[in-house]
Design a protein. Structure first.
Length: 144
């Protein structure tokens, strides 16, 4: 049983971060449209994810054909290519997606994403490092 989601969610980029995010949303009973340009990634995830599509997310028309313009929330999980990430956010803005979450790999990258129109910018590696530091310090205090 899938939860009725107000508008639907897509995750773009099935690297380690995007794939794990998609898995977690599925585990929480949210249906996700996962998109990657790499046919091998699409093939790999098609067995585990309900909806997987192969497309270059910088191509606005390709996203429109997949129905992305009708979704309420889209996460851009592309990390390595700043260009692909920024052009994807631009395409999503052009399509009128109301809630765009985008992954940044540097401060400059995050500023561009926000300037182009991403509502939420996330730093998964920085946040994981910060959490681990707190965890280590807490554990150290436990043993004082
Ligand atoms: P992670 O750290 O999550 O493993 P990464 O930084 O190693 O990611 P990236 O190069 O950011 O890897 O790519 C993440 C995924 O995004 C890859 O599966 C890649 O095929 C996909 N991707 C990259 N560019 C595009 C694009 N233009 N359209 C669709 N998917 C893309």
């Amino acid at each position: 049983d899938r939860k009725p989601d107000s508008g639907g969610i897509a995750v773009i980029g099935l690297g380690r971060f995007g794939a794990r995010l998609t898995d977690s949303l599925n585990a929480l009973n949210y249906q996700v449209l996962a998109i990657d340009r790499d046919p091998q990634k699409v093939q790999k995830w098609s067995a585990r994810v309900d909806q997987v599509a192969q497309a270059d997310s910088t191509d606005e028309d390709a996203l429109r054909q997949l129905g992305v313009a009708d979704l309420n929330r889209v996460v851009v999980a592309i990390g390595a290519s700043v260009e692909a990430s920024v052009l994807t956010v631009l395409a999503l803005v052009e399509l009128g997606v109301p809630q765009i979450w985008a992954r940044a790999t540097s401060v400059q990258h995050s500023k561009i994403l926000a300037a182009v129109g991403a509502q939420h910018v996330i730093f998964p590696e920085a946040e994981a490092g910060e959490r681990l530091a707190h965890l280590i310090v807490t554990r150290l205090l436990d043993f004082v």
